[in-house]
Design a protein around this ligand. Structure first.
Ligand SMILES: O=c1ccn([C@@H]2O[C@H](COP(=O)(O)O)[C@@H](O)[C@H]2O)c(=O)[nH]1
Length: 237
């Protein structure tokens, strides 16, 4: 079912607001906990989600030296979440350390390790910003692909990329690499700070395994109606 391939972010500032959102959208099976909620309220929300049998994407976007990545990833390994993000730009050694540490952390807690996803390039970065602000002398699709290949060589389970690059990553990296796309926007939703969007149907057709769709649902007047509209559009596509 395509609705199970939609991950909704709990981008709110408190556990109480997160619980209120969970109550408004009981049909959502896969939730993302990101920096805003985790930093403001801590890991308690993970237990709440687990008690409701929800799947969890812990989007903490680690980007640090190998030793620090390993320590943080070991600790995340113990939570029993499904997905964890790190930045591919942290480098091969740090990615490999992260991958090994989640396995060890999970084993120490007797839980299944999360799949580690490497962020190739944040979906809020445009080609112009990549060139002029970040001074990266590669075309954006080539840079995203190189980051995915680096992460794949270092042993990650998957990558985060924009829907605009997902077809190329799928073709080059193969079917075993899990591809998760944020920056997805239905035709009726505002782009906001996302720079490289496609619609949900286009993103799935291009090869995404999972879509992260936040504000078009969570900031809608009626989140449930927005969720249903997206699910209906996917079913009709
Ligand atoms: O490259 C990335 C990596 C992560 N995100 C996260 O996804 C959601 C998107 O929310 P929207 O409201 O649908 O824009 C958000 O939690 C980001 O932190 C991303 O957008 N891009």
């Amino acid at each position: 079912m395509s609705s199970e391939r939609i991950i909704v972010p709990l981008d709110v500032a408190s556990e109480a607001e997160a619980i209120a959102l969970l109550e408004r959208l009981p049909e959502v099976t896969f939730w993302k906990v990101g920096l805003e909620l985790f930093v403001s309220s801590g890991p308690g929300i993970l237990k709440i989600l687990k008690n409701q049998q929800k799947r969890i994407f812990l989007d903490l976007k680690f980007h640090d030296i190998p030793n620090t990545m390993a320590g943080a990833c070991w600790a995340v390994g113990r939570y029993g979440v499904d997905l964890l993000t790190i930045h591919a730009a942290a480098g091969k050694e740090a990615i490999a350390a992260a991958q090994q540490a989640v396995q060890e952390g999970a084993a120490s807690a007797g839980v299944v390790p999360p799949k580690v996803l490497a962020i190739t390039l944040l979906t809020s970065i445009s080609a112009r910003q990549l060139a002029f602000d970040l001074k990266i002398p590669l075309e954006l699709p080539e840079y995203a692909l190189q980051m995915a290949l680096l992460a794949q060589e270092a042993g990650v389970d998957g990558a985060v990329c924009s829907p605009q690059e997902v077809a190329q990553l799928r073709q080059t990296c193969g079917d075993d690499l899990l591809l998760v796309c944020p920056g997805v926007r239905p035709s009726w939703a505002e782009e906001g700070d996302q720079k490289r969007s496609l619609t949900p149907a286009q993103a799935l057709k291009a090869g995404a395994d999972y879509l992260v769709i936040g504000r078009p649902i969570t900031a809608a007047k009626e989140p449930k109606l927005a969720w249903m509209r997206i699910c209906d559009e996917l079913a009709a596509s």
